[in-house]
Design a protein around this ligand. Structure first.
Ligand SMILES: CC(C)(COP(=O)(O)OP(=O)(O)OC[C@H]1O[C@@H](n2cnc3c(N)ncnc32)[C@H](O)[C@@H]1OP(=O)(O)O)[C@@H](O)C(=O)NCCC(=O)NCCS
Length: 152
């Protein structure tokens, strides 16, 4: 996946890019659950078990995700977003390959996700399959999500 890098979010500039991407792609008015207001100071983003990333392509942040360690060998991929004008051009596939590698490097053997209904096809193409891993997570923003998992 030449030209792509997964960068851990640390600087103010990186945080601003992450919030911009999430707001535009995942929390745009009317896109999903209407009554959820994006909180750019959410404690989950600063939890030491969770690692927020930017996908950088040719020096530009064009995507984001977060990898949460749920257990020593289990990770959750959350808040996956590719910039609107950059979707369907292979960047999501690159992000998937990089996050799998990142998970393996940190000792994870399985990843789980709450997929938006219209992203299930994307995850399937990348080797994920439908599997209920924690029904208690299917509330709020995730109430219409499809749970999936992948061995990495
Ligand atoms: C879903 C998303 C991350 C995919 O990223 P992308 O850059 O558009 O995906 P790619 O172009 O790399 O596509 C990878 C593969 O998945 C397929 N694909 C991509 N989006 C898809 C979708 N919504 N439904 C079905 N298949 C999809 C592509 O056809 C491609 O298949 P191929 O490489 O085997 O031909 C991106 O479109 C996005 O941010 N969507 C809006 C937010 C969202 O739904 N995020 C997921 C929340 S769980």
């Amino acid at each position: 996946v030449s030209g792509h890098a997964l960068v851990v979010v640390r600087t103010d500039e990186h945080w601003a890019a992450l919030h911009r991407l999430r707001r535009a792609v995942l929390f745009a008015p009317g896109r999903r659950v209407r009554d959820i207001v994006y909180d750019d100071a959410h404690p989950d983003d600063r939890d030491p078990a969770n690692t927020p990333f930017l996908l950088v392509h040719d020096g530009r942040p064009i995507g984001t995700t977060r990898l949460d360690r749920l257990a020593p060998t289990l990770g959750a991929v959350r808040l996956v977003a590719i910039d609107g004008s950059e979707q369907r051009r292979g960047h999501g596939r690159a992000l998937g390959a990089l996050i799998d590698a990142e998970a393996r490097r940190s000792g994870m053997t399985r990843l789980v996700v709450n997929s938006a209904p219209d992203a299930v096809g994307y995850y399937r193409r990348l080797g994920w399959s439908e599997h209920v891993w924690d029904a208690a997570e299917l509330v709020g923003l995730a109430s219409d999500c499809v749970q999936m998992h992948k061995l990495v």
